[in-house]
Design a protein around this ligand. Sequence first.
Ligand code: G6P
Length: 612
Amino acid sequence: MCGIVGYIGKGQVSGVILDALSRLEYRGYDSAGIAVLNSRGLEVRRRMGKLKELVKAVDERPLKGTLGLGHTRWATHGEPSEINAHPHTDCHGRIAVVHNGIVENYAPLKERLLKQGHAFRSKTDTEVIAHLVEELAKQHPLEEAFRLALKELRGSYAVCLVSADEPRRIFGARNASPLVVGVGKGEAFFASDVPAILARTRRVVYLNDGEVVTLGPEGPRITTLAGRPVRRKPTTVTWDVASARKGGFPHFMLKEIHEQAGAIEQTLFNRLDPAKGRVIFDRRTRRFLDGLSPQEKLVIISCGTAYHAGLVGQYMLEEMAHMPVDVDLASEFRYRGPMLDRYTTVIAITQSGETADTLAGVRLAKEQGAKVFAICNVMGSSIARAADAVLYTHAGPEIAVASTKAYTCQVTALALLTLYLARKRQRIPTAQWKRLVQGLGDVPRLVDQALAGEPAIKAVAAKYAAARNFYYLGRRYNFPSALEGALKLKEICPLIHAEGYAAGEMKHGPISLIRKGWPIVFIATHSPVYEKVISNIEEVRARHGDCIVIASEGDATIKRHADSLITVPKTEEFFSPIMAAIPLQLFAYYVADANGCDIDQPPNLAKSVTVE
Ligand code: G6P
């Protein structure tokens, strides 16, 4: 939440900062701002609304300078408005600050600073940082004042600061909110996330909590909060700039839906050998998994779409690896007092690796002596670094708020994990295991085949675009698919209420709402509960509900049960959530598009939820 950028270089900074912000806008888009340092001092422009308003303001009155900060906001303290937009400045407009996170003790700090004569303009927690540094800089050099100010903050922050008194440096620090340093040729960056800087550099230094950075054009000088020097070399990220651009698609979401076959292939690459029937992991992952005890319990924690992947993982791991699995929303897990011990492995599933609740769950697990295994898309992210072992999904950068390719890659990673553990523990007949390994190798091709159904799915979406309530129903492996399908529609089409339910539970409540024409999406792919799902469909049709059915290709009987039919390639049930995800994503996309929704930036949401 909130995207921050700091840049020091040779050219005019405002273009570089605005470009970087445009790649971070998925983190928040309530308001945006920029501060540039030049010979006249600090110049700040801020605008309410999306980044394009700020771009307009800078076009009208250009900013000159070679060092500056930028921010795109997802409001926490203080409504979205120009006055609450970042950067925030001190009393004399000589210090500017951008921040992502929450300063939990801002109220007492503000009270103290008011008594000391500071004048506040905004309702934000962030403004206290500018005034606190201003106050401390009366007695200390700026870097020291920054460090002392950070020591007083409680809560989470990624923060960057510039001062007219230090025109060759930007200062940055992080604690429980993401911040990376980019090192280019004669230029350097701070950014919340790697895609912001990919167009200029792929050399990145990941920061740890409690680290403070002084950034010059030559790169970073890192120290701890206590002032101890930290040595860390930049790593080169493999993502390329094209992967962070729309590439001719009208929305990132549609582009990312279409990238799924390749993303899954990357996730399987070097890990699956269908010809020899093998799942291969790197040494660290192998050592971790081979060391699990016979009585190991697995607890999956995650949020949003990643939670739905976790639910699929529960079906997979329990059925094939015969291991006990709990799945928890990370935001509940961390406050529930879970019973963990050294025979528990907490599996954290996360695209960003920065979700605050999942990260807090990981820390709780470690405190209680459990092991942590992460399934994560972002190398060097907080959760990837906190985990004992990581299975990376290689989905590439996911920019759209609604997760698509990260989800199918998470399910793919869970399939790999399941097959590895099932084999290791000898819980699965060899023939079945081989069939599943081969089936997994086929998934990318079948995903492409499912994507070819796009025109038909678009036509079905057009038919239902005016509806305002949807149910999504499924059973077993596709109960999570129902939840995920409904979430996709809710996320990107705020005009619509959509609810996912276990089809067998429908009789215990939701069925009472069904009226003539109410659209219900059923996932009725090939499975051991296929006939039960058909009964559920008929129960709905008896009440004149309108059934949109996602079924396996070649199913000859399904037609007579469906008002609208969408087919996906037939697979083992084990892979069916990946197949079902494709039409569910496309259906949500085209319903939202037909309703004129802002698909990549839906109101009130943000891609990376780094506050509680
Ligand atoms: C937000 C995003 C979702 C995502 C969830 C968890 O709500 O909009 O797309 O599934 O956070 O994020 P994570 O990065 O932990 O997977």
